[in-house]
Design a protein around this ligand. Sequence first.
Ligand SMILES: Nc1ncnc2c1ncn2[C@@H]1O[C@H](COP(=O)(O)OP(=O)(O)OP(=O)(O)O)[C@@H](O)[C@H]1O
Length: 235
Amino acid sequence: MIPLRVTGLTVSYGRVAAVRDLDLNIAAGEALALLGPNGAGKTSAVEAIAGLLPKRAGRVELFGEDISGLTASAIVRKGLALVPQWRELFPTFSVEETLVAATGAAQGRSPKPLEEIYALFPVLEERRGQLAGSLSGGEQQMLAIGRALVTNPRLLLLDEPSAGLAQGITRSLIQAIIRIRDSGVPILLVEQNMEIARAIGSRCTMLAAGSLAWEGTMDEAIARNEAARVYFGTH
Ligand SMILES: Nc1ncnc2c1ncn2[C@@H]1O[C@H](COP(=O)(O)OP(=O)(O)OP(=O)(O)O)[C@@H](O)[C@H]1O
């Protein structure tokens, strides 16, 4: 059964269409990169898939089940977790409180033991008593991913995990995301950086002005310099 199948997804803010008639699929064990310039509609697409934004049209199937009409919390319980672009942590919760609070969102699915999260991100264990708001940007991103993993997702959506992070921390984040992928959790990764997208994903879907502009393998996208054409209209 295919982990994610999105067909005809359309998202609008009033009369402005942010995503138009988007189709995408993620196969078992795969990471798919969702690329495109600022304002292309990437965040709107993943938030609509996760049930955080209403869909004007379209269908989302998670492992063959239609989840299009479900609320965001029901979608989490079905096993789809989103790590939002700006992490959205509670600054006054400690690391451990943040993770424990997320175990409640899993309802009905057995939450992942915190030891597994700490094994993936040892720095979170070292800082388990520290307030989320006092962590570095990279640590906050790890905590946001850890919080999603606690719900024991069958599919993970990551919205620009590298945004605003220094190179060194980004490298360890990429390694952790690859480990998550290799543990069998398929990933939809929103990313601006082609090299990060290639390190994690084998295929990509490029959006421009809300519509599908190109899809293919990451290697092909880089070899053909598709990003230049899609992002800047050049070649
Ligand atoms: N709350 C909102 N109200 C109105 N328009 C919005 C809202 N959020 C986004 N948009 C518009 O929808 C379009 C898509 O935005 P979106 O944030 O989904 O793009 P993106 O590809 O994720 O961009 P970025 O890489 O900058 O995050 C843009 O034209 C944006 O201005």
